[in-house]
Write a protein that binds this ligand. Sequence first.
Ligand code: LMR
Ligand code: MN
Length: 481
Amino acid sequence: MCVDQLSAEPVEEAEIQPEPTAAEPEPEPAPQTDTESDGEYLSSCSEARGKKKPKLLNKFDKTIKAEIDAAEKLRKKGKLEEALRAFETLVQLHPQSPRARYGRAQTEDDMAEKMRSNDMLQRAINSYRDAAELPDVTPDLLRVALKRRAERQQFLGRMRGSLATLERLTQIFPEDINLKNDLGVAHLLLGDNKGARKVYEEVLAVAPSNGFAKVHYGFILKSENKIAESIPYLKEGLESGEPGTDDGRFYFHLGDALQRVGDDSAYHWYELGHQHGHFASVWQRSLYNVDGLKAQPWWTPKETGYIDLVKTLERNWKTIRDEALAVMDQSTRSFVPEDENLREKGEWGQYTLWQQGKKVGNSCQGVPKTCALLDRYSEATGCKRGQIKFSVMQPGTHVWPHTGPTNCRLRMHLGLVIPKQGCRIRCTDQTREWEEGKVLIFDDSFEHEVWQEADSYRLIFIVDVWHPELTAYQRQTLSPI
Ligand code: LMR
Ligand code: MN
């Protein structure tokens, strides 16, 4: 079985989030933190590559084949308790039998899934190791047992353990490119891009046309901001169509790299990403989505249903502005520079009040009236897939076209200090300008881009709100971004 793993990126480095555990399934993969941009790593599965029937029985196992088959039959029929008893009896009678131990591991694995039990899964993980460690294990059984062990370790979030398992596997089977590719993924899941890079360099040295390695290598280069270099790897990797390459993140980053070098073929790749089901549309490229939500780039207050919030923001804009200006004066350090590699050039800082539906530290102490105004609006303060923050942008700033991570929020911008000319925001093919005391609302899962070409700074207040069509239950249960 292949289990894919995804996480959005707080910063441009690939760092991975453990997969939802067996006990706590999630409706969709959970990104690590929130932010603007999207695209982080993912695990993928090399299972389907190159198969012939594995030889799992050693000489001794063949002498107890009938018993093994009987237990296996129970497992296949889903009679898991009976199967487990049968395999356990076999292991007791024949502790030297790798196949019996492997059968026990698989049965525990199946049970873990059925019971959604992490404890049972841990048992299976141990049993796979026990099977692999027996002296007369066949190479094929050793391989499948350790591969599955590594995969289940990843599923449980045991990334270090999984890396150790895959390191061992690649030492035992140094010729096996697929295992090396999986080892690279294990490094990425640990946020160890350097380790992953080395592995894929090794793979590409011996297998220069390996699509899986190419697409991952390109992803790593892109995350290191080697934009032009990443393009051919991502492109050729995707073109290979190899298993494990058709992932939204690779289309996302290839398109982004192409846009940054001014190559319009970005939209060809976005179109393909859309056709392959990764993007809601060419323009709307968030990867953490709830299906079926109304999707349009710009919204009126009435369309959102949050008229009261918009009115409160607009009526109190001067109070909000003055508090923000006081914070800016006291210490520019409270405004943190944008760190998601979204800028081509310029200076852009943010002062965050709420993030993932929670107040950030003591940031409200600096702007108490603003926070008090917001406290009544849970559509904003409770928006676990968004933020509430001030955003100050200096002249000479250009923010690359980019897409937020989720379609679950809409983004309000209240103009606080807006130079007469030179500041604008494009969302899809419509460009707008801020006005002091007025709210703009857009869906930042659509491509947007910002220019600050004025001669003084621009200050806005950003308030993310839940997409109005999300139910109360969804607002409670969606994973934070
Ligand atoms: C964005 O939300 O990406 C930007 O528009 C924010 C900003 O400060 O302009
Ligand atoms: Mn943005």
